[in-house]
Design a protein around this ligand. Structure first.
Ligand code: ZN
Length: 190
């Protein structure tokens, strides 16, 4: 296996990540770089402040945040003005969705908008899900959002893509996200 020395294209410092990751990061330059494309692709990186404070130690989990717009079609009104929505997709694979559920959907459906802050000195959970894999979810989630009102989604357009690190607390058995305060057993993720 060829090991690459991955350097930040901006500051030439070492990028943060593990061997099998798809996305690597430079905290200083606030960028995430996706290496799952044939060419490396750079995305802006933000750091969410916890909405819930707990005594446990925490680490960051990376998420893709897509802003996307779509027109809405309904039988009654033919075409009504479109919507612009923020779609959250984890930048890590969930091993056992029956434990974990679909956290990207929970965040998207609740329209969470965390306060951003400077980076904390926390470790990072590996980011093994690239942008290309994540980018199919805005349409899936939009369809789910509009299905409740019996509206169909067409022609979704992704307006911007960035990465956000969200702190998760951890105890001996589970991770607890600092935005909704929900807990997820280790078996779902590791
Ligand atoms: Zn850098």
């Amino acid at each position: 296996m060829k090991l690459l020395s991955l350097k930040c294209p901006r500051c030439r410092g070492d990028l943060e990540g593990e061997n099998n990751n798809r996305v690597f990061f430079c905290r200083n330059c606030r960028v995430g770089i996706d290496f799952s494309h044939s060419r490396e692709k750079e995305f802006p990186l933000d750091f969410a402040a916890p909405a819930i404070n707990r005594p446990e130690s925490s680490r960051y989990f990376a998420f893709w945040l897509f802003q996307a717009a779509y027109p809405i079609h309904s039988e009654a009104q033919k075409k009504i003005p479109g919507r612009t929505v923020h779609f959250w997709v984890p930048a890590f694979f969930i091993k056992n969705t029956s434990y974990f559920g679909d956290i990207g959907w929970y965040y998207t459906n609740r329209g969470i908008t965390p306060r951003m802050e400077n980076c904390r000195k926390l470790k990072l959970f590996p980011a093994d899900r690239g942008e290309k894999h994540a980018a199919i979810y805005p349409e899936i989630y939009a369809t789910r959002l509009e299905a409740e009102a019996s509206q169909a989604v067409a022609e979704i357009r992704i307006l911007s893509t960035r990465l956000v690190w969200i702190p998760f607390y951890e105890n001996k058995r589970e991770f607890i996200d600092s935005i909704l305060g929900w807990s997820y057993p280790f078996g779902a993720l590791i």
